[in-house]
Design a protein around this ligand. Structure first.
Ligand code: NAG
Ligand code: NAG
Ligand code: NAG
Ligand code: NAG
Ligand code: NAG
Ligand code: FE2
Length: 469
């Protein structure tokens, strides 16, 4: 923090530096000088290699997996068969064990205006061994397809684990670059935390849902092998009463099943999971979240349930950022901030990841919870119990980057840059995690921004270190 100020304002006198150190925050962080071209990236055409339909009659396509229980011993396998329902089962076996087991799933379908979906299969495999590679097979006869995944280690405080962060992906050439960079990043993400806005099918006339199918085929190359932890963005709402589509989130909730019941949630739009040393809470920016609502009741209760001795890393993901200093979507997250920020601080959440704003930004550890309408205290202040807020809505969709920033850069904003990219949150042990942001223009290993995280809970318990923020 102090070092950062020194770097940013090395021209100041020592007296100035001491003053800055005392007030704790320098006036604004870093705005990257990196400037993107204005060219908007277009969606990849329907005949692109990434959208290819797997060969064979009724072959399973759009295969993707996510965590299937609360602890990490379950996996939900989802896929679509285009012509008929076909087999509902998943055959699976551990790589070190030839005994094959079968899990039986369900199939759903939906209509959207004049589009009819294929047969959407969801099959939950339970009671897997921790930290084990499994193969799985879906489909019938000559269109059987085989994939694999690795289960996470048993939850525990010092279990290293590496999460990837992707948001607002879409299906443009830039989206493909982001996914490729994630795949080739030597940090090797093991699970993606996806911060909402998936396919952008809603940018087509009548929300042409065939663009949901192309998106499913595009991400299969990664999502069939490692879990993507889903959260819903505004492009998942698909609410178009003019054409009779009055049920929000219809395509999203049919296509992406999540284990919400295992965290006692009543909606797939908010839920939690444990994974290795992390406790991940997904909230919905576009569902009622005020006092007395189901989400509020669940969220506030959920925070108090987290055992930081077991899972020290408390991560919250949502679509709309609470702190963003870009002009586009400015203050859209303000209502949720007012309601939820005191809880994030009280329970010492380590980091909040959001998307929505098509750029990258990282905050200082700040809070803004003192305001009570009449006292005038409405400026964020340094807060050691507060999370770092990271906006990572720079996956690459066709709406392009947002470059217009509020000026001057607010003091709470540590780093901001309008470039496409992805993030890696690499947990080392109960006290340390390393975050890196990777822009698509750079080599796979290059970090455009990075930060050592010092676990909020263990820091508050007196564990000390001078090396990190
Ligand atoms: C199976 O479904 C696909 C996609 O809808 C279609 O292109 C293909 O013609 C169908 N095959 C048969 C034999 O009906
Ligand atoms: C759905 O309706 C639109 C607009 O009338 C039309 O362009 C499109 O071809 C239709 N699609 C199907 C699958 O019927
Ligand atoms: C997408 O990226 C993959 C992997 O880099 C590449 O093989 C493929 O050709 C790309 N497709 C398009 C349409 O850019
Ligand atoms: C929290 O987790 C630790 C480690 O797994 C366990 O020993 C302890 O009993 C748990 N505490 C509660 C209150 O469940
Ligand atoms: C935790 O990880 C950090 C970073 O790798 C390391 O410096 C520290 O010594 C580790 N702590 C323990 C208790 O191993
Ligand atoms: Fe969005």
């Amino acid at each position: 923090m102090i070092l950062h100020c020194i770097q940013a304002r090395f021209g100041y006198l020592l007296v100035g530096l001491i003053f800055i150190a005392v007030i704790g925050l320098c006036e604004g962080g870093l705005t990257s000088s990196y400037v993107r071209s204005n060219g908007l990236s277009s969606d990849m055409p329907l005949d692109s290699d990434v959208f290819r339909v797997p060969p064979g009659y009724n072959a399973p396509q759009q295969v993707h997996i996510t965590q299937g229980d609360h602890e990490g011993r379950g996996v939900i396998v989802s896929w679509i068969t285009p012509n008929e329902s076909g087999s509902n089962s998943v055959l699976y076996w551990a790589a070190n064990n030839q005994i094959k087991k079968t899990a039986i799933g369900i199939v759903v379908k939906y209509k959207y205006y004049n589009y009819t979906s294929g047969y959407i299969h969801h099959c939950t495999i339970e009671n897997l061994e921790y930290d084990t590679k499994y193969f799985y097979e879906i489909g019938n006869g000559d269109v059987t397809r085989q994939f694999w995944f690795v289960t996470p280690p048993r939850p525990g405080p010092d279990v290293p684990y590496t999460f990837g962060l992707i948001g607002d992906l879409g299906q443009t050439y830039d989206s493909n670059r982001t996914l490729t960079h994630y795949e080739l990043n030597p940090m090797k993400g093991q699970t993606i935390l996806f911060v909402g806005d998936l396919s952008y099918a809603d940018s087509y006339p009548f929300h042409d849902n065939t663009r949901w199918d192309t998106w499913g085929r595009f991400v299969e190359r990664n999502a069939a092998y490692q879990p993507w932890i889903w959260s819903a963005g505004n492009h998942e709402i698909d609410f178009v009463p003019e054409i009779g589509e009055t049920k929000p989130f219809k395509p999203y909730t049919h296509r992406f099943f999540v284990p919400y019941k295992s965290s006692k949630s009543t909606s797939p739009l908010w839920y939690s999971i444990k994974r290795a040393s992390a406790y991940i809470i997904v909230v919905s920016s576009y569902s009622a979240f005020g006092m007395y609502t189901p989400q509020y009741k669940w969220f506030t209760n959920e925070l108090s349930k987290v055992n930081r001795t077991e899972t020290p890393w408390l991560i919250v993901i949502m679509h709309c950022p609470m702190y963003s200093s870009y002009v586009h979507h400015y203050m859209e997250g303000e209502t949720m901030r007012v309601m939820y920020e005191p809880w994030l601080v009280k329970y010492k959440v380590d980091v909040v990841f959001a998307g929505h704003v098509h750029a990258y930004e990282r905050s200082e550890r700040i809070s803004n919870i003192a305001y009570d309408v009449v006292n005038g205290l409405c400026t964020p202040i340094n807060d050691d119990s507060a999370p770092v807020y990271i906006t990572i809505g720079d996956g690459g969709n066709q709406e392009g980057l947002v470059k217009e920033m509020t000026e001057p850069q607010p003091r709470y904003s540590a780093y901001r840059e309008a470039s496409f990219g992805h993030g890696i949150f690499d947990i080392k042990n109960r006290t340390h995690a390393y975050f890196g942001w990777h822009r698509n223009q750079d080599g796979f290993a290059v970090e455009g921004d990075s930060l050592w995280f010092h676990n909020r809970y263990w820091k508050s318990m007196g564990e000390t270190s001078t090396a990190v923020l």
